[in-house]
Ligand binder design. Structure first.
Ligand code: KIV
Ligand code: ZN
Length: 387
């Protein structure tokens, strides 16, 4: 089945790094950038070069290092930002400048004390100036999620005429509902003259836990780029999680949309970013959390032991996790205990298992989890003569 390509724009090193307390030095950024390139991201946002000499330097070094991905630098709609970004990107094989301005009433009135026409003028000027340095210019309409669609369409049309190749429609505050965000993308597809000259991009924040759902709604309505981060890290509640959108498309092939991410590297990449940033991954995080493939209730364990697909929609190997885990707790059943005992060399017959299971429950009620080390002790205590 022919799949249409959705570009993955990774912003772990820019929006992701805006997490308080998770700043990365250039060395760590280079390690992550190299991994993201191997993972198969299409675009790698390396930083915001004007923001600090350290960030400038990181963008310079990442530009030299990255072999395949487009390397992108963020700017405001300010000449000096754009000039500095162009400078930082000069060694990139495929440089992209990402410039933009706030377009919602909140931003126009309170951030810029400006008006709609003046915002459009600044947007055009920024894109035109960025175009004087690089071919590939992405424009972001900050707070597009709360920008009225008619004005957003005017902005998009103007920046396409000025040469923007990608239109980023950020739900900066994570406010939109999926149907609302999807309808916004559809509206732009249907109402912006010249829209076929540009790629629409989803950049969704997770303030209401809807970043992934909104991004999928965006691509289902014609966007073809998703901006995301490893582990969904980012400002406040974070950004769209890369591993989630990639696996949603893989697990739903009838959508006929796919990325070129090597999904087998997802788990190790998640761990790498978590270690280097000192930011743990919540255990129940979809795809890469330690519990994502762990089963602890008896009913689920029995099903998974008979056939993994009874309770798993993703093969753990596909995301680089060695195997599903059968965790032994007081909620586990005989099937799980027999399975774990067999794994360490104890084959239990039915009557033996009944006895061992009684001992197991006694211990399981006193501790959170029963480990491989506890199993021989339980078998011995059950007096079945095996040990
Ligand atoms: O969330 C946002 O609006 C952004 C832009 C700067 C692209 O991160
Ligand atoms: Zn953002």
């Amino acid at each position: 089945m022919a799949q249409e390509h959705v570009q993955i724009f990774d912003t772990t090193l820019r929006d992701g790094e805006q997490v308080p307390g998770c700043k990365l030095d250039t060395k760590s950024k280079l390690i992550i950038a190299e991994r993201l390139d191997v993972l198969g991201v299409d675009i790698l946002e390396a930083g915001f070069p004007v923001s600090s000499p350290g960030d400038f330097n990181s963008v310079v070094e990442i530009s030299k290092l990255v072999k395949n991905a487009t390397v992108c630098g963020l700017t405001r709609a300010v000449e000096n930002d754009i000039k500095v970004a162009a400078d930082a990107l000069k060694d990139a094989k495929r440089p992209r400048i990402h410039t933009g301005i706030g377009t919602s009433e909140f931003h126009i009135k309170y951030k810029f004390n400006s008006n709609k026409d003046a915002i459009i003028e600044r947007a055009i000027a920024a894109v035109s100036y960025a175009k004087s340095f690089v071919k590939d210019v992405e424009f972001y309409a900050e707070d597009a999620g709360r920008t009225d669609n008619e004005f957003l369409a005017r902005v998009c049309e103007a920046v396409i005429k000025a040469g923007a190749t990608v239109l980023n429609i950020p739900d900066t505050t994570g406010y939109c509902l999926p149907e609302e965000y999807g309808a916004k993308i559809k509206y732009l597809k249907e109402n912006v003259t010249g829209i076929d000259k540009a790629v629409l991009s989803c950049h969704c924040h997770n303030d209401l836990g809807l970043a992934t759902a909104n991004s999928i709604a965006g691509i289902n309505n014609g966007a073809r780029q998703i901006e995301c981060t490893i582990n969904g890290i980012g400002e406040r509640a974070g950004n769209t999680s890369l591993e989630e959108v990639v696996m949603i498309l893989r697990q739903h092939p009838y959508l006929k949309l796919d990325t070129k991410i090597d999904s087998k590297l997802l788990y190790s990449t998640s761990q790498m970013v978590s270690d280097l940033m000192g930011m743990i991954v919540q255990p129940n995080k979809a795809i890469v959390g330690t519990n994502a493939f762990a089963h602890s209730s008896g009913i689920h364990q029995d099903g998974v032991i008979k056939n993994r697909e009874t309770y798993e929609i993703i093969n753990p190997h596909d995301v680089g996790v060695t195997e599903s885990a059968i965790i032994l707790t007081a909620r586990s059943g005989r099937a799980a205990l027999a399975y774990r005992a067999k794994n360490i060399g104890y084959e239990l017959e039915k009557l033996q298992l009944d006895k061992v299971y009684q001992e197991f429950l006694k211990l399981a009620d006193t501790q959170k989890e029963i480990t491989d080390k506890d199993i021989p002790t339980i078998i011995k205590a059950s007096n079945i003569g095996l040990i």
